[in-house]
Each structure stands twice: as structure tokens, then as C-alpha cells.
Design a binder for this molecule. Structure first.
Ligand code: NAD
Length: 755
């Protein structure tokens, strides 16, 4: 669960779990970083009608999804609504409220039914719901409206308008005109009876809902639209000023404003333009109902009510459906999606949420429907059978490889798992330069890249057809592919015109490019990162015996390559968090096809005469190419293992590990590369090289172990450690100058790898 301290000085709702924390969802506090397992206390209120049936299914899927991520749930069921009235006479017994308050999150099904309809309104089941929201002080209501392609025809709008809609409406729930004073009836000076209400918001009320909305947007596509009526209402002018001011604390979120009448219109005209919407109580009431009707299916809509402190309430939008209760006919998916929302926004377990949502999508993809969603050609299931399908889909859906991979490392926190994956990746990539160096002796680097990436892309081709159906995946894949291609091709050019040793030296600039980009994008550049990067560069300098040969054009290419890789790492973090985990294989397919296309184009530009020969007479040209002369072993190795596996591990790992941490880990590449050179090519380095290698390993490992971002304590520890290391390094640098110059004469071609 996300630690809460980082935000407490600036945000009045620092204890809103998950939402109010500024840190990334899966980030762990240092003390939690190496915990083996987490237990989350859930208060479960099955309520009435179909409530118990859908709760059973949701808990089964939750448990299974949690298990595959090493998360456990301690469930305590309590009575609410009609069931509680029957047992205790109260719709919300004191012990139920106490159990909810003692939990990390509340999962509520639905309340109400014919049996209690004749009771006086104050003692009806619905009273339990209101008392629960008030008792937990739930001031923010989050209602997603997602139109799944499988159900788009259920909407009253055209498929092309609604397909792909994914909106989150954040509504202020306990203020505004519904609660403002004065209110009542009166008589005006003409003697006419009047009714009046007061629409009022204080600055702190707007601030706290704005924080919730910005944090929600940060976990989505990072766009927030604030809806008001500031052209007419003073209360809206205060709303707009306050949201704008709070927005300055979230420079990574794109904030826009819209008048409510226009918002109501745009929701019908072009709903896909919205990501996250924040608005007051009255406007939110209307807009959230309007948005949920875009989806056309009540049985698919989850919601959350978030308090300022303590657990949030997660529940489907629908009621207890007494007309079908007890008949095993209910659709459990809104309840499963509510449990997923609980994981994402209440418990900061975004990957458990991803898995549960993927299970729902997979069940729909396979054509399974409950009665309320039934259409021609689909298979109708009961509530319990749908539960079994969801359970099976959870275990096998989405990214089976990611599951299998994570199943190998079941009990580690996401961050530790991410760090392990990135270190594995470095191990794979570090062997590359030995291969490239060996291969380039008899094969042009551009032709080699074209073949290598064509093979890498072919391996991922089964995922391409699904990938191109999703615009977000295509955009992300093409962008990442372009940066990677620039990185690889400039590196190839650099290796042609410079030595590998200098290429590896310059490639460590990636370590500085990434934090610099993070800083420019508003995340801030951590002193510890800079110190660690500088320590690593000193290490590389020593490893390379003072920097090697004189400047040449190859250095410029290598420098461009380091910058391109830096941007690629930084943007991969962005896209892999924005896209669900299940799309990582699809993203990789687009990415690799983009690199392959650019590499083949570059090889063609490099050798125009060969292109002309091929265009003029393809069969004669192909007959002249001797496959036996190609270094297939190396091409297959670099294509399938060190490119496919490494880039994919990077996409997966960067969902849990920051790009800055990744950049620090990449400092290990030169050391490992040199180690492979030592073992495979017989290259040797002198005492300064060994010292530099040790310095790189230390700075990288120290950052991986203690460098949990967002933790001031961890940062201070790391700063202290890194300062000591760099101080020692600078002392040693001056005192070992003599030995460096000696070692230069021994063997100064100690190179590191290229990525
Ligand atoms: P409802 O949402 O319970 O049912 C409306 C229609 O949708 C019914 O035909 C029902 O069969 C169907 N339906 C709803 N959820 C379904 C599901 N998961 N699967 C298949 N079909 C589903 O609304 P209602 O009939 O107006 O109210 C029934 C009771 O629920 C009332 O007592 C009401 O007060 C209560 N209610 C509770 C909540 C809540 O607990 N948050 C919300 C709304 C209504």
C-alpha cells in the first residue's frame, strides 16, 4: 500500500489512500520495499437482493488476482441495509460502521428490496447507505464510464461515437447546492411563494476534491477537465480559480475548464475527448448519470466514494435488483469492476486492478454474457457460471507471459520484481557489444540491424493484429519504436566510426539524460541521482583508463545514441504505466515493427546501389545473396534474445520501477560488457579499470537498494552513501593518476556494452 507521509505537508487529504498520495501507485516505502507479502483488510457488505451472489464472485476473482501479485486480503463480512434491519432493527448497525472504519477499504454490493419498501423512509435500507457515506465522510464520488467495444452496440449512441470512451467523473459529494444554507421556502415581496437553495463552496472544499481529481488523472491519461458555470456563478469563479491554483502542483496533468452546458453537449457529441472530469455536486450528479448512460449497460458500472481520511467505499452503480434476486441471473461484472476500482484507487494495487479488468474483457471477448447483456450469437451464463469464466480468465487472460514471468517471482514487491527484471535485461544487453563487435568485422552494421530487427519483429507478429485495433497502443509503439530505432542506428553509425570502448563510455550519458528529462517534466531532479550518475561516470572514466582516444565524429553519433536511448527509457516508463499491463506484448509488436521498418529504410539509404539493383532485378539480386555467409547465430541471438526479451522486460519492469532507477541500473552495462570482453575476447584491464568497475557497481546497486524515489529518508541515506563514495572516488582519482597513466600503456581498450 502506498505510504502516505510524502504528501501530508501540502495536501489536506493526505490520508486518502492511494488517491491523495503523490507517489506512483506501486511505489513502496523503504520499509516495505522488501516485504514478502501484504495483507489488506477489506470490510465486505453484501447487502440485499443480488448482493450476496455478486459479492461471492467478486471475492473469488479478487483473491485470485491478488494471489498472482503476492497480495492477500483479510475479508470481514458485515450486515447492511435490509439484511441488517431484519437482524438488528438498524440499516447500519454500529458494529458494521466500526468494521468499516477499521478496514483499508469497504466493498459494498447493494441494498434494498420490496420487503422493506413499506417502512418509513428514515428506517429504510437506503438510510444505511447514506449513514455509511456520512459515517466515513466520503466527500468524493468517482464514477467511470467505459464503453467496451464488445458492448458498444448496447449504447443509444452510434458505435463510432462511443466505442473507446473511457471517462472518470469525479464529483464533489457532500457540499454545494444540496447542502448549502440557507435553504427553504419563503414568500417574496409580491406575496408569491418561493423555494430557494444556496450553492456554496469554500476554498478547502474545492482544494480537497481537486487533489482527488488530479491524483485520479495521474493514474489515467493525465488530462483533467474541470466543469463549472463561472460565466454566471461566483461560486464557480472561486471553483475555477482554486482548481487552477491546485493544478500548478500537478505540472504533469493537462488541465482544461469547460462550462457545464457545453460539457453536457460534448459528452454526447464527442465523449472520447474526455479523460478525467471534476465538478461540483449538482453538475456531477447530472453529468455522471449522462456519462454512464453512454455505456448502455447498468450491470457494468462500478463507483467509488472516497473520504478525507480512512477507507473508501467501492460499489456498483446498480441497485439490489430484487426482481432477479436469488435466481442466479445477476451480472457480477460491475461488482468485479468495483473490486478492481478498490484495488486501483483504495489500496494502490493497480496491477491487481488491471488483471481483474482484463478478466472481464476476456470473458466478453469470448462471447460470454449474462441475461442483461445478451444479444444474438452470444453465450448466456448464470451469475455463478460467469464467476467461473472470470476466474479462469483472470488466471489466463491478458498477458500470459507476464503472469508466467511474475509467477517465477511470486512473493516480491512490484518494485523489487521490476529491479530484478531490469538487471536481467542489462545482463542480456551487455553481451551485445561483444557480438556486434565480432560481427561488424565482416558484416555492415546497418544490414545487420535491418536483419536483426526484422527477425525480432517477426517473433512478435502474432500480437500485431490486435495491437493495431487500439489507437493508444499504436501511438505509443510507434513513438517508442522511433526513439529506439534512432538509438540503435546512431549507435551502429557510432560503432562504425569510433571504438566500442568510447561508445560505451558515452552511452552512460543515458544515466544523466533520463533524470534530466524527469526534472524538465516537473518530477524534479534528485540530488542522489545526479551524485550516483556522476559517480558512475567517474567509474567509467577509470574503467576506460581516462577516456581513450581523441574526439572523432563517432563520438557525436554515440552521444546522439545516448540521448535517444535516454528519451526512449523515459517515454517507455510513461507509456507502460499509461497502458494496462496486458497490452505489453501488443505494444512490443508495434514497437519492433517500427524499429524494423526504420532500420530497413536506413540500410536502404546507406546502400542505394543495392536498393537499385534489387528494384531492377529482385530475383538476380536475391540469387546473389548467400545466406550461408550471414552471421545467423549472432543475428538470432541479438534479435530474439537481447532485443525482444530485453525490450519487453523493460516495458514490463518500467510499470513498477521509475525510468530514473532504470537509467541507474544501465550503468552496470559497461562493467558487464567489460567482463564479457575479459571472458570471451580475452581483453584485460588494469588496476584503475577494476577500481572504476567497482565504483559503477556500487553506485548502481546503492541506488537500486536504497534509492526508493519519493522517500526523503531514503534519499538522505543515499546522498550520504553516494557522497562518501564520490569523495573517496575523487581522492582516489588524484592519487591514482600515476597508476592510470601506467595502465593506459597496458591495455586501454576496455570497453563496455552498447544497448
Ligand atoms: P436496480 O438497479 O436494482 O434494478 C434496475 C433494473 O436493472 C432491474 O430490472 C434489475 O433486474 C436490473 N439489474 C440491476 N443490476 C443488475 C445486475 N447486476 N445484473 C442484471 N440485472 C441487473 O434499480 P431499482 O429496481 O430501481 O431498485 C431496486 C432496489 O435497489 C431498491 O430498493 C433501490 O432502493 C435499491 N437501490 C440500491 C442502490 C444501492 O445499493 N447503491 C442503488 C440503486 C437502487
Amino acid at each position: 500500500m502506498a505510504a502516505l507521509g510524502a504528501h501530508s505537508q501540502t495536501c489536506p487529504i493526505s490520508n486518502v489512500r492511494g488517491l491523495a498520495t503523490k507517489r506512483a501507485p506501486s511505489r513502496q516505502s523503504p520499509s516495505q520495499s522488501f516485504r514478502l507479502q501484504a495483507t489488506h483488510k477489506i470490510a465486505v457488505l453484501p447487502g440485499d437482493g443480488i448482493g450476496p451472489e455478486i459479492t461471492k464472485v467478486a471475492l473469488q476473482v479478487l483473491e485470485a488476482a491478488g494471489k498472482s501479485h503476492g497480495e492477500q486480503f483479510e475479508v470481514k463480512e458485515s450486515l447492511v441495509g435490509g439484511a441488517a434491519i431484519d437482524a438488528t432493527g438498524q440499516p447500519l448497525p454500529e458494529e458494521t460502521l466500526a468494521a468499516c472504519r477499521a478496514s483499508d477499504a469497504v466493498l459494498l454490493a447493494a441494498i434494498g428490496g420490496y420487503k422493506w419498501d413499506s417502512l418509513p423512509s428514515a428506517s429504510r435500507p437506503e438510510g444505511g447507505l447514506l449513514a455509511l457515506r456520512t459515517g466515513l465522510n466520503a466527500f468524493a464520488n468517482l464514477r467511470p464510464a467505459v464503453v467496451l467495444p464488445q458492448l458498444a452496440d448496447g449504447s443509444s449512441l452510434k458505435r463510432e461515437i462511443v466505442e473507446g470512451v473511457d471517462i472518470m467523473i469525479v464529483r464533489e459529494l457532500v457540499g454545494g447546492i444540496y447542502f448549502g444554507q440557507p435553504r427553504g421556502f419563503s414568500t417574496n415581496d409580491k406575496g408569491h411563494k418561493t423555494g430557494y437553495n444556496t450553492m456554496v463552496y469554500s476554498e478547502p472544499e474545492v482544494e480537497r476534491i481537486a487533489h482527488v481529481a488530479f491524483d485520479a488523472a495521474r493514474k489515467r491519461r493525465k488530462r483533467l477537465c474541470s466543469v463549472d458555470k463561472s460565466n454566471v456563478l461566483e461560486v464557480s469563479q472561486l471553483w475555477r480559480q482554486t482548481v487552477t491554483r491546485i493544478g500548478k502542483e500537478y505540472p504533469d496533468i493537462e488541465l482544461t475548464h469547460m462550462y457545464v452546458d457545453n460539457a453536457a453537449m460534448q459528452l454526447l457529441r464527442n465523449p472520447k475527448e474526455f479523460d478525467t472530469v471534476v465538478t461540483g455536486n449538482l453538475f456531477g450528479d447530472i453529468l455522471s448519470d449522462e456519462a454512464s448512460m453512454l455505456t448502455g449497460s447498468l450491470g457494468m458500472l462500478p463507483s467509488a466514494s472516497i473520504p478525507s481520511e480512512g477507507p473508501g467505499i467501492f460499489e456498483p452503480v446498480h441497485g439490489s435488483a430484487p426482481d432477479i434476486a436469488g435466481q442466479d441471473l445477476a451480472n457480477p461484472m460491475a461488482m468485479v469492476l468495483s473490486a478492481a476500482m478498490m484495488c486501483r484507487y483504495g489500496l494502490s494495487l493497480p496491477q491487481v486492478a488491471d488483471d481483474m479488468e482484463a478478466a472481464v474483457t476476456s470473458a466478453l471477448d469470448q462471447g460470454f454474457r449474462t441475461g442483461d447483456l445478451m444479444s444474438d450469437g452470444m453465450k448466456q451464463l448464470s451469475c455463478s457460471d460467469m464467476g467461473q469464466v472470470l476466474l479462469k480468465a483472470e488466471q489466463t487472460s491478458g498477458n500470459g507471459f507476464v503472469h508466467a514471468l511474475k509467477g517465477l517471482l511470486p512473493n516480491w514487491t512490484p518494485r523489487v520484481r521490476g529491479l530484478v527484471l531490469l538487471n536481467l535485461l542489462v545482463l542480456l544487453v551487455a553481451t551485445n557489444w561483444v557480438i556486434l563487435r565480432d560481427t561488424e568485422a565482416f558484416f555492415d552494421a546497418f544490414d545487420f540491424a535491418a536483419l536483426r530487427f526484422a527477425i525480432a519483429a517477426a517473433a512478435f507478429s502474432p500480437f500485431l493484429s490486435k495491437a493495431i485495433q487500439d489507437r493508444k497502443i499504436v501511438q505509443a509503439g510507434v513513438e517508442l519504436g522511433a526513439w529506439s530505432a534512432i538509438g540503435y542506428l546512431t549507435q551502429a553509425q557510432g560503432l562504425l566510426t569510433s571504438d566500442a570502448s568510447k561508445a560505451s563510455f558515452i552511452s552512460t550519458f543515458t544515466v544523466l539524460v533520463v533524470p534530466l528529462l524527469s526534472g524538465l517534466s516537473g518530477k524534479g531532479i534528485r540530488r542522489s541521482t545526479i551524485i550516483s550518475g556522476v559517480a558512475a561516470l567517474i567509474g567509467v572514466g577509470l574503467l576506460e583508463s581516462g577516456g581513450g582516444a581523441k574526439f572523432d565524429y563517432g563520438d557525436l553519433w554515440n552521444f546522439a545514441s545516448a540521448v535517444a536511448f535516454g528519451v526512449q527509457v523515459f517515454r517507455t516508463e510513461h507509456h507502460s504505466r499509461r497502458l494496462p499491463e496486458k497490452s505489453s506484448l501488443q505494444l512490443m509488436s508495434v514497437l519492433l515493427f517500427t524499429i524494423a521498418a526504420i532500420s530497413i529504410g536506413a540500410a536502404g539509404l546507406k546502400h542505394p546501389s543495392e536498393v537499385a539493383a534489387f528494384a531492377g532485378n529482385p530475383s538476380a539480386f536475391l540469387a546473389g545473396v548467400h545466406p550461408a555467409s550471414l552471421p545467423w547465430k549472432q543475428i538470432l541471438y541479438t534479435g530474439l534474445l537481447s532485443t525482444d526479451v530485453a525490450l519487453w522486460l523493460e516495458v514490463v519492469a518500467l510499470q513498477d520501477v521509475s525510468s530514473v532507477e532504470a537509467a541507474i541500473i544501465y550503468t552496470l552495462e559497461p562493467v558487464l560488457g567489460a567482463a564479457f570482453a575479459y571472458l570471451l575476447l580475452g581483453e584485460r584491464w588494469g588496476p584503475a579499470g577494476w577500481f572504476g568497475a567497482g565504483l559503477i557497481v556500487l553506485s548502481s546497486l546503492a541506488t537500486q537498494i536504497w534509492g526508493t524515489p519519493d522517500s526523503p529518508v531514503a534519499e538522505h541515506k543515499l546522498v550520504d552513501a553516494a557522497q562518501q563514495i564520490s569523495q573517496k572516488a575523487s581522492e582516489s582519482v588524484s592519487s591514482s593518476f600515476a597508476s592510470i597513466s601506467e595502465s593506459m600503456s597496458v591495455d586501454d581498450d576496455q570497453s563496455g556494452p552498447s544497448r
